[in-house]
Design a protein around this ligand. Structure first.
Ligand code: XIL
Length: 299
């Protein structure tokens, strides 16, 4: 196959990309994105601050720009993200307790009903665990509403759009030996045992010198899949874009039948949120990097 998306489709998977609405007018960017990928995640446009800037006033202008571009170009869409401590609008940052809990529920209902039946996977909850060795939840205004906020989010999401796969998404959870990974594993196991509706786990996979790729990532994917959830690599970028590391990540996904696909977090290095890491598959001029060829060959 000659594109990443078509190559991934040979095994029933997708190869996706994070899209920024304001870059779609750049023809180099839009041409590569339309050609190479068959799944799209909005990089920022479906987040809480973008979709509900004022309480009760939803705005899907930018989100729909990404969504409509994706659908018009034949791509499926991953929804990102409904409940998160970051990129909250000011009004939400100022809420706590039962008012914040209700606002979270209202937000999930408002966004999911707008896209009902149209989203392949939703990142319902993002980044709820703490870094480091504690294995604890991350402190946040949402966490302070009560430890059950995550399961409430998932139950709300299931009712709002029963057709979407519901994912928990996080970073620094790729290394099987890390406490954060084990904490996430215990939560998913508990949810499956108690019937809390969760369908998938997203591994962001922002690999850099502080949290490098480790070959035990495949074990992590296998262990989560064995709990009865799908897994996905949701925001892949690799500092320096080592071709062999990119190929290893792709091979880890291909080795796990429940791995749905891989999403890279941007098109060209200049589009990356960490452009100084030159972590992506395309040079700034739009030409393919060695990592691109390594990924295509691995798929
Ligand atoms: C990042 C975007 O890429 C940036 O443009 C934005 O300024 C901050 O958020 N984990 C996530 C993503 O789940 O939503 C983040 O995206 C990167 C880390």
């Amino acid at each position: 196959e000659s594109t990443l998306g078509a190559a991934a489709a040979q095994s029933g998977r997708y190869f996706g990309v994070a899209i920024a609405a304001n870059r779609l007018s750049d023809s180099t960017y839009a041409t590569i994105a339309a050609r190479e990928f068959n799944s799209v995640t909005a990089e920022n446009e479906m987040k809480i601050d973008a979709t509900q800037p004022q309480r009760g006033q939803f705005n899907f202008t930018a989100a729909d720009r990404v969504y409509n571009w994706a659908v018009q170009n034949g791509k499926e869409v991953r929804g990102h993200t409904l409940a998160w401590h970051s990129q909250q609008p000011g009004w939400m940052q100022n809420l706590s307790g039962s008012a914040l809990r209700q606002a979270m529920i209202d937000h999930i209902n408002g966004v999911m009903s707008h896209y009902k039946g149209k989203i392949a996977q939703w990142d319902v909850v993002n980044e709820a665990f703490a870094d480091g060795s504690s294995g604890a939840r991350r402190d946040s205004n949402l966490q302070r509403t009560g430890n059950d906020w995550i399961e409430v989010a998932f139950r709300t999401a299931r009712a709002a759009d029963p057709s979407a796969k519901l994912c928990y998404n996080d970073y620094n959870v790729e290394n099987w030996t890390w406490a954060k990974t084990q904490a996430m594993y215990r939560m998913v196991k508990d949810f499956k045992q108690r019937g809390v509706p969760i369908d998938c786990v997203g591994f962001q996979s922002h690999f850099n010198s502080g949290s490098p790729y480790n070959s035990n990532f495949r074990t992590t994917l296998q262990e989560f899949a064995a709990l009865g959830v799908d897994v996905a690599i949701t925001e892949l970028d690799i500092q320096g874009a080592s071709p062999s590391t990119y190929a290893a990540v792709v091979n880890d996904c291909l080795a796990v039948s429940r791995c749905l696909g891989v999403t890279v977090w941007g098109v060209r290095d200049s589009d990356s949120w960490r452009s100084e890491h030159t972590p992506l598959l395309f040079y700034n001029n739009g030409s393919e990097k060695p990592a691109y060829t390594a990924v295509l060959d691995a798929l």
